[in-house]
Structure formats: structure tokens, C-alpha cells
Design a protein around this ligand. Structure first.
Ligand code: KIV
Ligand code: ZN
Length: 501
């Protein structure tokens, strides 16, 4: 059995997806869940890029035990020093330093010669190794780099103490057979690679990130860098859940194992989706809502007679259990607290009270409350923003085919209720305009999506909104059985985020 290490970069490359902005508390929650999932390494961020990123990486390094905690740094002294400052208290720290090696990147972006890049590689790895027991080196845009030069750079990184070499397909350009061949050939050309971890990091611009990662593993790579739900720059990175379930489901053919506790996959995917506001595509492999749904008569009949006729993975294997009715109108504080505890949530009194109020409101409108409803309330109430500058109090909307839509919104700031009534093109527009009036923040709507959390007409609506606020893209999310209220909450969530930043 050969082991494949799983290096999760959801908090670094994943967070580079447009509009995602996680606060320290949310990043810590994700990191703790990644520990439960059993990843080998967590790339926690890029500390030099902002004070917020530095603090998040530091908090994770200080508190999260188990996996390697990795901080990204360009091949520059200041980046490396900052990365080390952030992770020095970790049990298992690793500095990940990178520099581009393709001619196009060196000439046009870095404006450096090959010799300069070689010297920078040497200096960076050497400096990082003075601090950290583990140093990963990545030649950015490796798949468009000159092969001989690429090998030279890797040799320099290894000579100076790199313990992990990562080969990125930065722009998602490679084809699986080419990428597999590249991995095989560099292993032969640079024998030192056989004594370190050989990692790959594939982007999904052509939809080949997972296929390329797999081709690399089949040709000798023993670490895959990936993200939950395939988040990441542009079209994203290789999806962790897909890589892991391919290796698991096709173990007999591939013969490689990971340490991932697959039963935690669904929970992790949902947590990431809720905290980032990035909904998972319905037909996404492994974690999409339809991944285990059978609609045609022949398929349904087949699955009912024998599950494996149309299911190659047992849904329980990825922690997908049937949603059970868990609570209702008559359930009290104790029952809710107990149930949240069973779901893994321990809340402080203030958080619990907020969740309890939302739960009671929901139970008045919806007879049967299931886990997914509670997850949605948790996402909305506890995890939205640590600093809620304005909190939502109430919304009244009047609209119809023959009247001008009007919304009255009441928000609370520093204990004071502020109310405004504003008209709009429709009820959602009116509600959002009223929020802008109260907060003094105007925004341009870039994206709006509403979906239902559970089935049934009384289901909660889940609204994701992307706004342009002062030239910055900000995501917001809100849930309610009333989709206008959910929209208003999502809009306010985005505004609070922009004010907090
Ligand atoms: O895509 C890329 O090349 C990266 C590097 C920093 C590894 O994200
Ligand atoms: Zn990347």
C-alpha cells in the first residue's frame, strides 16, 4: 500500500476565489474541521498579504494540532520572515516558498533572468530552512517551464534543504498524459526527488485538475494539493473530495491510500459552502445535491432492488445520512442545546440565545425541522461576521402587481433601532435599498441566487448575493422561510462584512 498525502489549500488558494473573505474565527473553525477530516497539511494562508491573513495563520498555527501548518511566501526575505513569524508556534510548521520558472512569467512578470531566479530559489530555501524543519518549494507555472531549467531549479531547492517539492500546473494548461509524463521524467532527471515528498498542485481551467493530479499520482507523486469543493483561483483547484473518493473507490486498480476519514466529507463540504457563500453545483461529483439522487424509473427501481446497480459509492461512506426530523414547535431550549451538541456545536450563551430565537421563529412557520435547517441557522446567526455592525431586527414589505413595492427595514446599531422606508423596483430591491439607506452603504448587485435548503413549500430559502461595494466584491448569505427576508439578510451580511474590513 502506498500512501498519498493530502495537502489542503482551501484556506489559501481556496480563499483566493473572488468574493470570499473569511474572518479568523471562521478560518479556525474550518481548520478544526480539516483536522477531523484527517488532512496531512493545512495551508493556512499567505501571511505577508495582509494583517488579517497573518493573524488567521498565526491563530491556526498556535491552536490547531495534528497536521502540518503551512504558510505561503514568495521567494523574498520579507515574505519568508513574515511566514515564519506566523507559524513558529506550530507543532508542525512548514514554510512554502515559490517563484515562477516559465519564460513568460520570468520575463513579463518578474523581469528576472534564469540566473536571478536560480539565485532567488537558493536564497529563499536556505533562509526558510534556517527557521523551519519543513520547507516546501514550488516552481510556479512549472508545466509551461523549460524542462532542463525546471530540473536545475529543483536541484538548487533540494541542495538547499527543501523537504517537499511541489509541481504546480498554475494555469491548468496540462493534459493528463503530459502531466503524468512530466512527473515521471523529473523523477528520473532529478534523483533527489525520490528522497522528499513530491507534491502536485493542479488548477481546473480546462476541467482537468483532478485528472491531472491522478495522472501525477500514478507516475510517482505522493502528495496532492487540493481544496474542498474545488475552490480556488479562477476555475479552482483539484477537489479534495474527488481525489480522495477516486483513490478509495478504485483502490484495487490504483493501490494508493489516503488518511482521510471519508465520513467527514459531506460535513466539511457543507461547512465550507456555508462559510464562503459558494454554493456547490447540484451535479458536482461526490458532494453535489444530486450526486446520489436517482430520478429515472429504471434507476430508482434498480437502486431499491440492489444499491450497487447504480451507486458506486455508499452515501454513508461520505457521511451522507438521511435527513431526519429532529425538532419541532414544542421543542425547548434543552432539546435544542442537546441537539446542537450532538451536531458538534457548543455555543456560548449569547450565541445560543440568537440561535434559539431563530429556531422558534422557524418552528412557527415550518412543522418539521431537520439538521439542514439548523446548519443554515448556525451559518446565518453564528458564523456570518464576528462584528455585526448592524443587526437585523425586522422587515415589512408591501408589494403587488398594482402597487409600488415599498420596504420598511429596522436595523440595530449600538443598541439603537434605526428605521427607513424606501421604494424599489420589486420587493427585494426595496428591502435592499432600505438597508443601504440605514447603513449609508450603497452597493451594486453582481450576482443573486436563491435555493431551498430542504424540500416542501415551507422550506427555508437560502440566498447568496455578491455585491460590488466601493469596487470590492463581497459575498453575503442569508436564510429564512421568506425569501425576501433571506435576501435582506444576505444583503446586510455583505454590507456588515465590508464595514468590518
Ligand atoms: O497555482 C500555483 O502555482 C500556486 C503556487 C503558489 C503553488 O498556487
Ligand atoms: Zn494555485
Amino acid at each position: 500500500m502506498e500512501r498519498v498525502y493530502i495537502f489542503d489549500t482551501t484556506l489559501r488558494d481556496g480563499e483566493q476565489s473572488p468574493g470570499i473573505s473569511l474572518n479568523v474565527q471562521q478560518k479556525l473553525e474550518i481548520a478544526e474541521q480539516l483536522v477531523k477530516l484527517g488532512v496531512d497539511a493545512i495551508e493556512a494562508g499567505f501571511p505577508i498579504t495582509s494583517q488579517g491573513d497573518f493573524e488567521a495563520v498565526k491563530a491556526i498555527a498556535d491552536r490547531v494540532k495534528g497536521p502540518k501548518i503551512v504558510a505561503l511566501a514568495r521567494a523574498l526575505d520579507a515574505d519568508i520572515d513574515r511566514a515564519w513569524e506566523a507559524i513558529k508556534n506550530s507543532q508542525n510548521p512548514c514554510i512554502h516558498t515559490f517563484i515562477a520558472t516559465s519564460d513568460i512569467h520570468m520575463e513579463r512578470k518578474l523581469r528576472k533572468t534564469r540566473d536571478e531566479v536560480l539565485r532567488m530559489t537558493e536564497a529563499a530555501v536556505k533562509r526558510a530552512r534556517k527557521y523551519a524543519p519543513e520547507v516546501e518549494f514550488s516552481p510556479e507555472d512549472a508545466t509551461r517551464s523549460n524542462f532542463d531549467f525546471l530540473c536545475k531549479v529543483l536541484e538548487v531547492a533540494l541542495e538547499n534543504g527543501a523537504t517537499v517539492i511541489n509541481i504546480p500546473d498554475t494555469v491548468g494548461y496540462a493534459l493528463p498524459n503530459e502531466f503524468g509524463k512530466l512527473i515521471k521524467e523529473i523523477k528520473t532527471a532529478v534523483p533527489g526527488l525520490n528522497n522528499v515528498i513530491l507534491s502536485v498542485h493542479c488548477h481546473n481551467d480546462l476541467g482537468l485538475a483532478v485528472a491531472n493530479s491522478l495522472a501525477a499520482v500514478e507516475n510517482g507523486a505522493n502528495q496532492v494539493e487540493c481544496t474542498i469543493n474545488g475552490l480556488g483561483e479562477r476555475a479552482g483547484n483539484a477537489a479534495l473530495e474527488e481525489i480522495v473518493m477516486i483513490l478509495d473507490t478504485r483502490y484495487r486498480s490504483l493501490g494508493k491510500k489516503t488518511n482521510i476519514k471519508t465520513e467527514e466529507i459531506t460535513r466539511t463540504s457543507r461547512l465550507i459552502s456555508m462559510l464562503t457563500g459558494y454554493q456547490v453545483q447540484f451535479n458536482k461529483a461526490i458532494v453535489g445535491a444530486n450526486a446520489f439522487a436517482h430520478s429515472s424509473g429504471i434507476h430508482t427501481d434498480g437502486v431499491l432492488k440492489e444499491r450497487v446497480t447504480y451507486e458506486i459509492i455508499n452515501p454513508q461512506k461520505i457521511g451522507l445520512t438521511e435527513s431526519k426530523i429532529i425538532l419541532g414547535k414544542t421543542s425547548g431550549r434543552h432539546a435544542l442545546k442537546q441537539h446542537l451538541k450532538e451536531m458538534g456545536y457548543i455555543l456560548n450563551e449569547e450565541e445560543f440565545e440568537k440561535v434559539f430565537v431563530r429556531f422558534k421563529e422557524l418552528a412557527d412557520k415550518k412543522a418539521e425541522i431537520i439538521n439542514d435547517d439548523l446548519e443554515a441557522i448556525m451559518a446565518d446567526e453564528v458564523r456570518t461576521t464576528t462584528v455585526e455592525i448592524y443587526s437585523f431586527k425586522s422587515l415589512h414589505v408591501s408589494s403587488g402587481t398594482e402597487e409600488i413595492p415599498t420596504a420598511t427595514v429596522r436595523l440595530v446599531k449600538n443598541g439603537k433601532v434605526i428605521e427607513k422606508t424606501v421604494e424599489g423596483d420589486g420587493p427585494v430591491d426595496a428591502a435592499c435599498n432600505a438597508i443601504s439607506k440605514v447603513t449609508g452603504v450603497s452597493a451594486k448587485l453582481l450576482f443573486y441566487n436563491v435555493s431551498s435548503i430542504t424540500g416542501g413549500l415551507d422550506a427555508q430559502g437560502d440566498v447568496t448575493i455578491q455585491l460590488d461595494i466601493g469596487g470590492k466584491k463581497v459575498l453575503g448569505r442569508g436564510v429564512s422561510t421568506d425569501i425576501i427576508e433571506a435576501s435582506a439578510r444576505a444583503y446586510l451580511n455583505a454590507i456588515n462584512k465590508s464595514l468590518t474590513k
